[in-house]
Ligand binder design. Structure first.
Ligand code: 6GU
Length: 262
């Protein structure tokens, strides 16, 4: 595919993200909104949302059943999921992600891996898990990469799938209007994997609270230094587990408390 980083090659078709779900309206609504929606309208990505229930094999359109061996909770049946994946995918090597609390933890690194995968293959498939789990044979028949968005349980994999899609799509070249606004977000290489700094906008004084003087100084080098210090300090305070907290990369920074409020 294109080796350039331009927004849209005229000839390269937009990569497609396919979402397989039991709640297509929920997924479509979110993907039509905000930055993911704009990305599709700008032709930088295409979404195809498929209702897994359309691939149920009985007349009642059943997609879940009780577990063999007993136990509480319903299990997602293998046939509808496997048939749906096989029907919609265009490339047999397309990555298929299953959202499940048992998956690999989603992260900045996984975002970039999946972005590269999407750009290389032009296709990425997400299957939204539901119920207590999915029949193990679906995993065997469709090599799925399992992804979780954190250590808590949600009612279904739709919100996690939307989280994954949003994180990827905003990194497609040209999707964000100002590319820099993503370059130094929290967790990016530009922030050494740490958190973003504090930000201020008008008014200059609100309920007696001012803005750090350095930000009003017009001195760009000082502002940049202050922001880097801020970011490192916040990361250390709020997320000491992040790597950057060990090795603060503050060029010429002398103290931690660099705040000077007006
Ligand atoms: Cl991917 N699915 C569900 N159901 N709950 C979750 C999750 C996924 N990630 C965190 N909690």
């Amino acid at each position: 595919m294109s080796s350039g980083t331009e927004a849209n090659d005229d000839h390269a078709p937009a990569p497609v993200i396919r979402v397989l779900t039991l709640f297509p309206e929920m997924v479509r609504a979110v993907l039509a909104t905000s930055i993911p929606g704009r990305a599709e309208r700008q032709g930088q990505v295409r979404y195809e949302v498929t209702d897994i229930r359309d691939f149920a094999v009985d007349k009642h359109r059943t997609v879940d059943d009780t577990a063999y061996g007993g136990g509480a909770g319903m299990i997602m049946m293998a046939p509808p999921v496997v048939e749906a994946v096989e029907k919609v995918r265009e490339r047999s090597d397309a990555t298929v992600i299953l959202t499940t609390p048992q998956g690999e933890r989603f992260s900045e690194q996984l975002t970039l891996d999946l972005l590269a995968d999407l750009q290389a293959k032009g296709e990425l498939i997400l299957v939204c898990g539901r119920y207590k789990g999915i029949d193990e044979r679906a995993r065997e028949l469709v090599a799925m990469r399992e992804v979780s968005i954190g250590d808590y349980v949600l009612s279904g994999g739709e919100l996690p799938a939307l989280v994954v899609v949003d994180a990827i799509v905003r990194r497609l070249p040209g999707v964000l209007h100002d590319e820099d606004s993503a370059a130094n977000d929290s967790f990016t290489a530009d922030r050494d994997g740490g958190l973003d700094c504090a930000w201020y906008t008008k008014p200059p004084v609100y309920r007696g609270l001012g803005v750090p003087e350095v930000l009003m100084s017009g001195h760009h080098a000082n502002i940049e230094k202050w922001r880097r210090q801020q970011a490192v300090e916040r990361t250390r305070e709020r997320r000491p587990d992040l790597a950057t907290a060990e090795e603060p990369e503050v060029k010429g920074g002398k103290g931690r408390k660099g705040r000077d409020r007006t």
